[in-house]
Ligand binder design. Structure first.
Ligand code: AMP
Ligand code: MG
Length: 418
């Protein structure tokens, strides 16, 4: 039992890794990219607004621009229609006498005007001389329905600081503020080594005791979703010599090397001794279920993470320990998964021992309460326990049973869309 409960607590393991691998990785360098191509990249230089945006006072409604003072004494006074300002084609003359200028959303408000009245609040009249006039049917306040200069950004304003991740909004806003390019960090090159003599590639017939490799496709797809550049994926059997050759060859072509399998204490587990011999072991074993066998350190000058072979353990340790480091190496502040309190849909039974991250689906009821439905049996080989799992429920080592409705802290495995 003591053996089962040895290992570094998860928080401590993460803190050690973040300290061990500070970012951004200096050897990566930076590059200048057109903003539309910089999606999911991390800023190496700040984005500053070259000019105020909007650069002119813009109407927020379709209606009429006027001088509010003209209505101060006689609110229902008839005002002549003097011109029209549309988006992209401003009325060129200043408003210097009582009157209105027809104006569309996004059009420049003529100089002198200080309010826009929505067209729904205006009565139009055709006069006998062929001209037109309006009567305003509501009170007018100076500044109403006008977007001021610099509302989005003032000239020189910091739009995004170094370390920001560029998403659709950051990119659109920077372009909207007049920028064209961004200086971003180059991405760490990640290589994936799948080890295990029993593994066969997708669809290949299986011999006795063989299984199909799920970690390769799983981690490759996960890395792709997270915007990580996978430069090589290789399989090798549990032979120490071939494993050593593969590790050294791959380390020459990547910045971060991730392996799965062979990191425990069985006969075919060579990863940890190799890491100790060829590089430096930072620590081994995390006090976590799933995912205790986990080794990390440095190998031939690159960051190395040895994930367990069980697919669920590999996924959970990747999300808890490797993904934060990858973010930091690319110059980002590593963001922990958001935590929230959820309530259990069903009662829960488990064995005490290690802290556990239980896979569950998030559900919300009509009242907006968050509920967790555990994804069935929690075996670390059962990929089904990760199906649709958007929550990792945090259970203490000594928790053995919880009733339905019990409140539990959970990590939300969701990334921002915007
Ligand atoms: P190991 O960490 O090598 O002791 O492997 C633990 C368990 O995970 C064993 O049952 C392996 O067969 C299984 N396993 C290892 N690698 C993979 C993989 N790439 N895909 C699916 N299962 C694996
Ligand atoms: Mg193995």
């Amino acid at each position: 039992m003591a053996e089962q409960t040895s290992g570094l607590p998860l928080a401590e393991a993460l803190a050690r890794l973040l300290q061990r691998f500070p970012g951004p990785l200096q050897s990566l360098g930076v590059e200048r990219l057109p903003l539309p191509r910089a999606l999911e990249r991390v800023l190496a230089e700040p984005l500053l607004a070259p000019a105020a945006v909007p650069g002119f006072r813009a109407a927020v409604m379709d209606g009429y621009a006027l001088r509010s003072a003209d209505l101060a004494q006689h609110p229902r006074r008839q005002l002549p229609l003097l011109g029209c300002s549309t988006a992209g084609t401003p009325w060129p003359q200043p408003l210097e006498r009582p009157g209105v200028v027809r104006i569309m959303t996004g059009a420049a408000v003529p100089e002198g005007a200080d309010a826009v009245v929505p067209q729904e609040l205006v009565t139009c009249r055709s006069l006998s001389d062929g001209s037109a006039a309006v009567v305003i049917e509501a009170a007018v306040r100076a500044g109403q329905w006008i977007r001021p200069i610099g509302e989005e950004a003032t000239a020189g304003a910091l739009l995004q600081k170094v370390g920001s991740l560029l998403g659709p909004v950051e990119i659109a806003r920077a372009i909207g503020c007049g920028l064209r390019e961004a200086v971003v960090q180059r991405r760490p090159r990640v290589a994936l080594l799948i080890s295990g003599s029993e593994l066969r590639p997708a669809g290949e017939p299986l011999g006795p005791g063989q299984i199909h490799d799920s970690n390769g496709p799983l981690l490759a797809a996960l890395l792709q979703r997270l915007g990580v550049a996978l430069v090589e994926r290789r399989w090798v059997d549990d032979d120490p010599t071939r494993l050593e050759q593969a590790l050294l060859a791959m380390a020459r072509r990547c910045d971060v090397l991730i392996s799965t399998g062979g990191v425990s204490v069985g006969e075919g587990d060579h990863v940890r001794p190799l890491l100790e011999r060829l590089g430096r072991l930072e620590f081994w074993r995390v006090l976590l279920k799933p995912g205790r066998p986990f080794a990390c350190g440095e190998l031939a000058g690159v960051a190395f993470f040895g994930l367990p072979g069980n697919p669920v353990s590999a996924t959970v340790t990747f999300l808890q320990l490797v993904w934060p480091v990858l973010q930091q190496l690319e110059g980002r502040e590593p963001r922990a998964w958001p935590r929230l309190r959820v309530r259990l849909r069903e009662p829960l039974q488990r064995r005490a021992g290690r802290p556990e991250l239980l896979r569950a689906q998030l559900e919300s009821d009509g009242a907006g309460n968050a509920w967790a439905r555990v994804c069935g049996a929690q075996g670390s080989a059962r990929l089904g326990s990760l199906l649709g799992a958007d929550l990792l429920l945090e259970l203490n080592a000594d928790t053995t049973s919880l009733p339905a409705g019990a409140a539990v802290m959970a990590q939300l495995l969701r990334q921002s869309l915007l």
